[in-house]
Design a binder for this molecule. Sequence first.
Ligand SMILES: [Zn+2]
Length: 384
Amino acid sequence: MNFNNLQQLVDRRGKLKSKGTYSKRTKTITHRVWHHSLTKKNLAGSDAESFADYHVNTLGWPGVGYTFIIEPKNLINTPNGKRARIVYANDIDRRTYHVGNSNQFSLGICVAGDYRYDTMDEATLASIAELHAALVKDGIGKYDKAHNEMPGYSWKACCQYNYRDAFDWKGSKTPVKPQPAPDVYTIQEGDTLWSIAHKDGTGGVQVEDLINANPGIDPTKLQIGQKINFGNAKEVIVQPDNDNKDETKPSNSGDAIINSIQKTLNSRYKFDLVVDGFNGPKTKSALIKALQTELNKQFNKKLVVDGKWGAKTNAAIVIVQKGAKGNLTWVLQAALYTEGYNPGSLDSIFGKGTETALSKFQKDKKITADNKAGKATFTKLFAA
Ligand SMILES: [Zn+2]
C-alpha cells in the first residue's frame, strides 16, 4: 500500500481510545469523504487523540469516526519538507461512523481545524495532496466528496476547505467549489431508483434513502420529468452549531439499519424521532406506537396509541407468520433487528430471513419456536 509508506503517517490503530470495534465493511470503498473537525487547528484538542475521546466517551461510538486524521499542529520533517502528521486511526476495512447511511462505502478523512476561520498551511496541503495521491494509487475509493456533498448532509458546514484544490497544492488546476448534493432530482429516460443511486454526482445516495425520501412514489412507475426528493436533509434535526465540534451531532450516524428504521417511522407515522442510528427507549416506544397504529387500522382494534406495552395491546396482537406482507411484518422485522436478530432485509415480507431471525429469537427467549410471532413473541420484543 502506498499510503503506508508516507513518511508523515503514524499508525495509531488500536492505540486510540475505543470501546469495542467497528464492524467490517460490507461494501467496497467508492467514496473518499473529506471532513474538518470544526476545532481551531492550534487548540490542544485538535488532534486524533481528542477526537477519539470525544467520539467514544461523549457520542458512545466504538472508536474515532475517521480512518485518517491530519493534524496541522503536529509537524513531521520528511525528505520532501515539513508535513502535517497523518494518523492512521482505523483499519481501511472498518466501517467507521462519519456519514450515516453512506458509511459502508465511504472512507472518512478529517483534517483537524476549523476552516471557516483557519487558513490551511503548506504542510497540511501537502499531506492532503500526498495522502490523496497514495489512496488513488492504492485504488481505495473512486470519488472524492466533501461531507456536505453526501446525501443528507447538505446542511453541514463540513468540510470548509476546497479539498479539490488541496489535491493540487502545487497549484495548477482551477479551483472547484464543492457543490452540496442536490435536493431534488428530475427523472430522465430509463431511470430507475437503482440507476439514479449509482450515477456519479449523486454522492452515493442509497435506493433506500430515495424510497424513504419519497414516501408517495411507486418506484415501478417513474415518469420522465417527474421530480423526486433526493436527500433527507430536511428530516435531519439540525441543532444550532454552537458546540464547535464537527461530529457532535450524531444525527444520521450510528447503525445504518436503525437509522433507516427511525426514518421510516418518521415518514410513515409522522413521528419526530431523532434519526441518530442509536437504538434506545424512544425508538422502541415508536415501534410500539407503529404496532398499535397498524392494529387499529388493519384490525379495527381500538387501542390508545401511547407507545407503551400493556395488557390491552397484548390482547390485541394478531399472529404474523410466513407469507405475511405489510407494515405489521415490517414492525416485526424492525423489532427483531433492534434486539440483535437481523432478518436480512426490512422488506415487509415475512420470508426465510425473518423466519430464521424469529426462530432464533424465540429459542433464545425460551418461548415456543413455532415461527409465528404472536403474543409471547411481541411481549418479549416490547415489554420493558
Ligand atoms: Zn464532517
